[in-house]
Design a protein around this ligand. Structure first.
Ligand SMILES: Nc1nc2c(ncn2[C@@H]2O[C@H](COP(=O)(O)OP(=O)(O)OP(=O)(O)O)[C@@H](O)[C@H]2O)c(=O)[nH]1
Ligand SMILES: [Mg+2]
Length: 196
């Protein structure tokens, strides 16, 4: 849940990168960490296995400027995508303000994308939350793959109702990374402004 500290004039929001294993969630965070200035980022924490798969989460705090005199601090998290780490995924979703669903454009990950979306809905349900209320954007990542699935096909699988805004990405070379983050943070701040 976002917190507003009036004394410190600070807004804190939690953004979670969700999606199947190897879709590129950690890669998004690493790119952000690499690109943003030291003055706006904190330490990046990554808990990973030897083969670089996320074991628990990645965490990166960044400041996204000032809105109406309030400093906006975003806490970026990634979940571990591997199916058997669901307890961690559920925990990381606690208090989420906005979600970036990173889908993998590789043909052999089509089903994993769909399963991860279903898993996200289920886990949110445990907190009595749904995707009707939590701002979410879908990032179709790995658009650089020569055999990337057509967007329409991916969208039909992960978002058949065409409910969510989406962004194409190639996170390993930075494609779409900041566009996606900007879009979701805007949605989160707009929702916050409405709820006041
Ligand atoms: N070709 C291509 N490869 C990518 C892209 N983004 C990430 N990768 C590669 O995909 C692999 C997995 O990326 P990660 O960011 O670790 O994936 P993840 O979603 O964090 O995976 P888990 O931690 O297991 O959930 C790495 O080898 C990345 O370099 C992309 O846009 N294009
Ligand atoms: Mg990861």
């Amino acid at each position: 849940m976002s917190t507003i500290n009036f004394a410190a004039r600070e807004i804190n929001c939690k953004i979670v990168y969700y999606g199947p294993g190897v879709a590129g969630k950690t890669t998004n965070l690493k790119w952000i960490y690499k690109q943003v200035d030291d003055s706006v980022k904190g330490e990046m924490v990554s808990l990973a296995t030897e083969d670089e798969r996320t074991l628990f989460f990645d965490f990166l705090p960044i400041d996204l400027g000032t809105v109406q005199g309030f400093k906006t601090r975003f806490h970026l998290y990634t979940v571990p995508g591997q199916v058997f780490y669901n307890a961690s995924r559920k925990l990381i979703l606690r208090g989420v303000d906005g979600i970036i669903f990173v889908a993998d454009s590789a043909p052999n990950r089509l089903r994993a994308n769909a399963e991860s979306m279903r898993n996200l809905r289920e886990n949110l349900q445990e907190y009595n939350l749904s995707l009707d209320e939590i701002p979410m954007i879908v990032q179709f990542n790995k658009r650089d793959l020569p055999d990337a699935m057509p967007i329409e096909m991916l969208r039909a699988v992960v978002d058949p109702k065409g409910q969510f805004p989406f962004q194409e990405g190639a996170a390993s070379s930075g494609g779409g990374v900041f566009e996606t983050l900007r879009a979701v943070s805007k949605m989160v701040l707009e929702r916050l402004a409405k709820s006041k």
